[in-house]
Every structure is written in structure tokens, then in C-alpha cells.
Ligand binder design. Structure first.
Ligand code: SF4
Length: 531
């Protein structure tokens, strides 16, 4: 089953996927054989296999369902009846023992809620009938996607021909004020400068593990613009001097993975031709890695651990990954959308791109918009736009029968804000005084029939499920908050204590930001949570 895959320890997760795909689960006998093949202890293989949600470990003789139907119950899908869909699908398929039906956290289809996944087949606007039909047709493999827009590698060739220098590229990123679009918003040029200055071998990582509740823009960018992402990556590799790059894609995007595999394969002969045309050009080795259902791997150091074939446990920092990343080497880590912009900025000029913002903000932003709006989807809008403008100018206004009650400006971690803040610009650093942030620009809109406290509970359950368990404040705190939030009247004093400890003592952003929904509901929606 693992034929053609090198017996390397860093490829452990890829090997596990092969076994899991073939059998529908990981059999203990297979794990033992794999340990021997990769020269790892059985404990090492078991601890990795048991860490990731998409792997199931079973006895050698256990019956395994042929197909698993996963129904999303995260926020946007829950608002669109995800829990009801789960119950009705379970009832409809109850007499089919070879099928399993289970809830799943956000699968990045929030604009087409409620969504489900039948095997590896994403099903938007799902119903029990549509799920049953997909099973009957045998539609359990990835959806076929149209080829994305081709790309001539124009900016890369300018760089290789000397029409553009590495310094000039970094100057354009600076003029554009391009910031990391995975959530942290760190200036891209600074990252490039920092990694470029490190001695010795340097690596690159493209983070396509978008798992933040409400975020689906990366799927959109990848499926419409993978060649442009790859050009941005090759430019970064040339300027920063990266010899090896890894693209880490969330496992739920089976259709995008097939597309990306094709794009990388078709790039290889073109890079060979460029190496012949520009003597001295050495393109980086490019590897695509598959996540396995762990939200925490969106955190860059956890993602790097996963690339190395380990559990996705976030590292203590410092050192930062720019100094000590993949296999201990300096590493440039970027969200794929950040790289998508690079060729475009170089073509337009950074300052021209930056001028498109509103209210003194720079450039354009891709918002994932879901919830109670007429046109949910990915909307490209000027940086500095307000929620009200985003809804009215891009998302078609509020959905029929709904008025604005609350909104999430930045997915699960970014807090929940009231309608009275709909005129504040949505951009990096603009919401800090309200205890919120935009992160990866995932906007979920709640109407007057939705309660902010229900949304917050849904998000806290997500954090409890996704906590990697490495540190106690996050592992225990998320669970305790879930229990406290189920009470009709919230215990504010206890919540304050938990929130403070989690913020102070958690290792990574998941635990540090997990109290945000609770804190913002208590601050802005006190009438929903009792005296
Ligand atoms: Fe893991 Fe949570 Fe600690 Fe992050 S904060 S390292 S997710 S336990």
C-alpha cells in the first residue's frame, strides 16, 4: 500500500493516509508493520496516528464502515440547520451498517451551509436526500474541478533575467504594505528579510491548512489561482534562497489536493526549461503534504512538526520559525494568499496596490462571508471597509427576514461584536479596543433570531475539540468554559479567572484566544447571559 513512498520518518503521516484511505481505518497490524518499515518504535507511530482526527485505529479484525458521512456542525452550518441535518441523516442511514455518520468541525464550506462530506466528496447545501443520492451514485471521491487560470511566470522570469532584483522585490512588498493573510498580519517583507539574512540552508512552507471556523478563502484562491500561488512561491524561493519548500494542505480539501498535484506536476518541466534558459537557476524542491484533521496545525510551528512527521504540537517560542523552522533550519512560512499577491504586486507596483484601501488602510482583502447575508462567499474588498459596507456593497445585503444582531469579524478566535460596531473598519489592529481582531478575515453574520451566546458556545466546543492538549490551561480551560456556558446564567467571576489563566499561560494562540467569544458576549450581550 505504501509502494512508491520513501520509507522516511518525516513521511509517516503520508504513509498513514495511504493505509487509512485503503482500509477506512488504521489496523494495529498495519501500524506495527509500518513502524518496522520506517524504523520507528510502535509507540512513535501510535502517538502520531492517534493525534490526528482523520485517523481511526481499530483491531485487525474489526469491521470498518465503507463510507463515512461527515456533517459539519460548526457555526455557519449550525445556523443553517447542521445539527438537524446530522440527526436526520443518521436516522435515514440507520439501517446501513457499512455507513458511518458523524459530526465534523468546519470543513470550509460555510458559504454553502449546511455542508457535508461523503467519503472524500464535499456536498454543499446538503440534505439527507442529497447525501443518500451521492452514496447511491458512488460519488465518494473528490469533486472534479476546472483547471485554474494559467500563468506565464512573467515576474519570475523578470527576476531570473535580472530585470528585477531581490532587493527590488522586497521594496515592492514594503511599498504595498503586504501583510501575512493567514491571520497574524505580520509584514511580509520583514519575514523575507529576516530569513534571507540567516546563514546556510533555508526552507519554505506554504500554509494551506485553513481551519478557522468561517474561513474558506484559501480554498477559493487555490482552486482559481494555484499557478499564481506557485509563481509567488518560486519568487520567494529565489529572493530568499529557499532550497526546499513544502505546501501543507488541509485534508478536507480533497478536490483542491488533486488540482494542486496536477499543477505541481505540470510546473516541473517548465522549471527544467527555465534552468536551461537561465544558467545557474535552481528551482526549489517542492513537496505537497496532507494534513489529517487537526485545526492546531494551522499554527505554523505545529504545522512544521507535522511536516516532520510528528504530532502537531505547537512549539514554545522563541526561537521563531524564521530562525529555527523545518528540521531546525530558518524557514519562511506564509499563508498561500500572501504568495498569490506577490506576482500581482510586482506587475502593478506595490504603491499602486496599496492605494486601493479605504480610510488609510492599504490594498485589498479577501473576506470569507457567511451567515445571514444574501450572497455569502469570498468577497474581494478594499482594506479598511466596514462590516456594513461589506454586507451592503458585496454580500447583497442581509438575508430576507434578518436584521443585523452581531458578527464575528475574524472566525472563531476573533471575538463577537454587536451591530453597533458595524461601522468600524475591519482590518488588522482596528478592533483591538473592542477585544476583537480580523485574523484571516472570516466574517460570520448573525441576525436577530440568533443569539451571540449560542454562537460562543458552538465556538468553545470547537476549541475544546481542537485543543492539542499539550498545556493544561487550554486543555482543561476550554472544557470548563463549555460547561459554564451551558448554564442559563453565566458565572462571570469563574469565567474571568479561567480566561485570565488561559490567556497568560497557554503555549499557542488557540488557548490564548479561546476565551475571546466568552469575553465578548459578556461585554456586548450581557442580557443574553443572565444577571
Ligand atoms: Fe495545544 Fe492549546 Fe496549548 Fe496550543 S494552547 S499548545 S492548542 S493545549
Amino acid at each position: 500500500l505504501c509502494e512508491g513512498l520513501a520509507p522516511r520518518a518525516d513521511l509517516l503521516i503520508e504513509h498513514l493516509h495511504r493505509l487509512n484511505d485503503a482500509e477506512g481505518a488504521l489496523r494495529q497490524g498495519h501500524l506495527a508493520a509500518l513502524a518496522e518499515r520506517l524504523r520507528l518504535s510502535q509507540v512513535e507511530v501510535f502517538e502520531v496516528a492517534s493525534f490526528y482526527h482523520h485517523f481511526k485505529i481499530v483491531d485487525d479484525t474489526a469491521e470498518v464502515p465503507r463510507t463515512t458521512v461527515r456533517v459539519c456542525t460548526s457555526l455557519a452550518c449550525a445556523m443553517a440547520g447542521g445539527e438537524d441535518l446530522l440527526a436526520r441523516t443518521r436516522a435515514a442511514l440507520a439501517d446501513r451498517p457499512h455507513l458511518a455518520v458523524e459530526p465534523v468541525p468546519c470543513i470550509g464550506q460555510c458559504h454553502q451551509a449546511p455542508a457535508a462530506c461523503v467519503g472524500q466528496h464535499q456536498l454543499p447545501h446538503a440534505s439527507p436526500e442529497a447525501i443518500g443520492d451521492a452514496i447511491a451514485r458512488g460519488d465518494t471521491g473528490p469533486r472534479a474541478l476546472p483547471a485554474p487560470q494559467a500563468n506565464a511566470l512573467t515576474q519570475l522570469q523578470r527576476l531570473l533575467a535580472g530585470a528585477l532584483t531581490g532587493d527590488a522585490v522586497i521594496a515592492e512588498l514594503k511599498a504595498a504594505n503586504l501583510r501575512g493573510l493567514g491571520g497574524a498580519g505580520f509584514p511580509a517583507w520583514r519575514k523575507w528579510d529576516t530569513v534571507r539574512a540567516q546563514p546556510g540552508v533555508r526552507y519554505g512552507v506554504v500554509n494551506i491548512d485553513e481551519g478557522e471556523v468561517g474561513t474558506f478563502k484559501d480554498w477559493h484562491v487555490l482552486t482559481t489561482g494555484a499557478p499564481q500561488v506557485l509563481e509567488g512561491l518560486l519568487i520567494a524561493a529565489e529572493v530568499v534562497g529557499l532550497s526546499h519548500v513544502w505546501l501543507y494542505l488541509r485534508d478536507e480539501y480533497h478536490d483542491a489536493r488533486a488540482l494542486l498535484e496536477r499543477e505541481i506536476a505540470s510546473l516541473r518541466p517548465r522549471l527544467q526549461a527555465l534552468a536551461e534558459r537561465f544558467p545557474g537557476y535552481r528551482a526549489p524542491a517542492i513537496e505537497l503534504r496532507r494534513g489529517a484533521g487537526a485545526y492546531v496545525c494551522g499554527e505554523e510551528s505545529a504545522l512544521i512538526e507535522s511536516i516532520e512527521g510528528k504530532r502537531g504540537l505547537p512549539r514554545l517560542k522563541p526561537p521563531i520559525v524564521a530562525h529555527h523552522g523545518v528540521f531546525g533550519r530558518p524557514t519562511l512560512a506564509h499563508n498561500l494568499e500572501t504568495l498569490w499577491w506577490v506576482p500581482l504586486l510586482l506587475a502593478q507596483g506595490g504603491a499602486t496596490w496599496a492605494a486601493q484601501g479605504r480610510r488609510g488602510r492599504h490594498g485589498l482583502r479577501r473576506f470569507s462571508v457567511s451567515g445571514r447575508v444574501k450572497r455569502p462567499g469570498v468577497h474581494l474588498a478594499p482594506a479598511g471597509i466596514t462590516l456594513r459596507e461589506l454586507i451592503d456593497e458585496f454580500a447583497g445585503g442581509m438575508a430576507e427576514g434578518h436584521t443585523l444582531h452581531a458578527f464575528l469579524p475574524g472566525g472563531a478566535s476573533g471575538g463577537i461584536l454587536p451591530a453597533s460596531l458595524a461601522d468600524v473598519p475591519l482590518d488588522f489592529d482596528t478592533l483591538a479596543e473592542h477585544g476583537a481582531f480580523v485574523g484571516s478575515m472570516a466574517v460570520v453574520v448573525l441576525g436577530q433570531h440568533d443569539r451571540a451566546r449560542d454562537a460562543a458556545l458552538n465556538l468553545m466546543r470547537f476549541f475544546e475539540h481542537e485543543s492539542c492538549g499539550q498545556c493544561t490551561p487550554c486543555r482543561a480551560g476550554t472544557g470548563q468554559l463549555v460547561r459554564l456556558m451551558q448554564s442559563p446564567a453565566w458565572d462571570g467571576e469563574r469565567m474571568d479567572e479561567l480566561s485570565a489563566v488561559m490567556r497568560e499561560a497557554s503555549i499557542c494562540g488557540l488557548g490564548q484566544a479561546a476565551p475571546n467569544p466568552v469575553d465578548s458576549v459578556r461585554r456586548f450581550f450581557p442580557d443574553e447571559v443572565g444577571p
